[in-house]
Write a protein that binds this ligand. Structure first.
Ligand SMILES: NC(=O)c1ccc[n+]([C@@H]2O[C@H](COP(=O)([O-])OP(=O)(O)OC[C@H]3O[C@@H](n4cnc5c(N)ncnc54)[C@H](O)[C@@H]3O)[C@@H](O)[C@H]2O)c1
Length: 435
């Protein structure tokens, strides 16, 4: 245990733990803080509490350089304190800052000149200045010279942390004269290029990175629903838009949710100049499960007593993260139709069945998550063997290249064979993407 670790990371979740490990791997002594005791127990036992490619190997390697604590106040022993706490959105269309406020209150009596607080969480515009003002108000610090406050947003996608941490430009928005410099010096240990800006520009850059993705995927989702209305094929229309067109770029449909995309737009809606525009984007993405259930009913009739296999619980391909996944909404909607729902996901820890069990005698198989394991000829063959003859396959991701959102399993088999994510009968529309 170092008397004064180089850096403290408070909140060892999906963002904080990989970051703490990366700092330790870069040779820094780190104190990691989390108030979830089970979570800490797993890390103390040398076990990653969730899946993040490469993280277990780093944990094995750096164990000794990562001290752990349940108490936020213990973070004051490090000069640099990084906050990676959750920032949900309240139903009032407002950021929920309770975890950040509570940790700041724990730290306040222990802060002294030279401390630097780096906000890594996603925050609404103005939050970094609020934190600086909070320290000035309660402790009388001059922020930027006595103590330092910066926003250093995390833009890495879960599942790609160790691939992107040393390459993705690291945006730094510091308050006052020297906060940006202090934050830049800490994050330079991770070797990514540092881009200095103002706090509010850093905040805007992060939330609009996610808003861009959320809106980008809402367009093909809306178009998929439009296409059903006109009996058109969404994958062919995507291809018509993009093929050899220099200003194309329409993406493919698919469930778009998860803990970040589903809430970060609300941080813009707090003070929007076009209130409702992004809420409409959210409504589009949120209505895809209902669209798929209604599409099933149009083709199969009442779902009461029909077996529907849902493949995938994670919100993102290749991960075990189920937070805010639309799969759960889909399952609830199917259950409200009195369907017999079977679920399979090879990544998550929630109880579920094997693929063979889930699809056995199914009347319909619904691809909720585009996990790579599902998008293989072997998985399609298993579905064809196990499900009822002529079972409906619902694949908004175009996992098998059959380019049909709704099709019978034998049709999917006949049409499959294009590159995954690309219409079989047309030029590729785009790669299947994790959301
Ligand atoms: N998950 C992602 O892919 C991702 C990507 C980019 C940005 N973000 C943003 O990063 C932030 C963190 O996200 P996350 O997914 O890691 O959240 P998370 O819920 O996985 O992690 C937060 C951690 O903070 C801990 N915590 C809460 N209150 C605490 C307290 N008082 N003291 C100590 N620990 C406390 C929780 O136990 C939890 O382990 C959010 O603002 C999120 O929007 C997340």
């Amino acid at each position: 245990m170092s008397p004064s670790p180089d850096v403290a990371v408070i909140g060892l979740g999906r963002v904080g733990l990989p970051l703490a490990l990366a700092f330790a791997d870069a040779g820094l002594s780190v104190i990691g803080v989390d108030n979830a005791t089970e979570h800490l127990a797993a890390i103390r036992a040398g076990r990653m509490p969730f899946d993040e490619p490469g993280a277990q190997a780093v944990l094995d390697r750096v164990g000794g350089r990562l001290e752990l604590s349940e108490r936020a106040a213990d973070a004051h022993r490090a000069r640099h304190i990084v906050l990676t706490l959750g920032t949900p959105a309240m139903s009032h269309i407002e950021i929920d800052l309770r975890d950040i406020r509570s940790v700041l209150d724990d730290l306040l009596p222990h802060l002294h000149e030279g401390h630097a607080i780096h906000l890594r969480s996603t925050i609404a515009p103005g939050t970094t200045d609020f934190v600086a003002g909070y320290l000035a108000k309660h402790r009388g610090f001059a922020v930027g010279s006595d103590v330092f406050v910066a926003h250093v947003p995390e833009r890495i996608a879960a599942g790609r942390f160790f691939e992107e941490i040393s390459t993705l430009p690291c945006i730094v928005g510091g308050v006052g004269e020297r906060s940006g410099e202090e934050a830049g010096a800490l994050f330079a240990h991770l070797r990514a290029p540092i881009v200095q800006t103002t706090p509010v520009q850093a905040e805007l850059a992060k939330i609009w990175t996610n808003i861009l993705r959320y809106a980008t995927f809402a367009l093909p989702n809306l178009m998929m629903m439009d296409c059903e209305q006109y009996d058109a094929n969404v994958f062919e229309v995507v291809d018509l838009i993009n093929r050899d067109y220099p200003r194309g770029g329409m993406r493919l449909p698919g469930f778009t949710a998860g803990t970040c995309l589903r809430k970060d737009f609300a941080f813009s809606e707090e003070r929007s100049n076009a209130p409702g525009m992004l809420l409409a984007v959210s409504r589009v993405n949120e209505s895809v499960p209902l669209f798929l259930v209604q599409g099933l009913k149009r083709r199969l009739g009442a779902l009461d007593g029909r077996k529907v296999a849902v493949l995938g619980l994670a919100f993102k391909a290749g991960t075990d993260d189920e937070r805010d996944s639309l799969s759960h909404k889909l399952i609830r909607l199917l259950e409200r139709e009195l369907a017999d729902v079977a679920v399979h996901d090879p990544h998550v820890t929630s109880p579920n069945q094997s693929l063979a069990e889930a699809v056995q005698d199914a009347d319909a198989v619904l691809m909720a998550t585009n996990h790579p394991e599902f998008c293989t000829p072997a998985a399609l063959e298993l579905i064809a063997q196990g499900a009822r003859p002529g079972a409906l396959v619902v694949d908004p991701w175009n996992c098998w290249g059959a380019a049909q959102v709704f099709a019978h399993v034998d049709e999917v088999q006949a049409l499959a064979g294009g590159a995954p994510g690309a219409p079989a009968a047309a030029a590729p529309a785009g790669e299947p993407e994790a959301r």
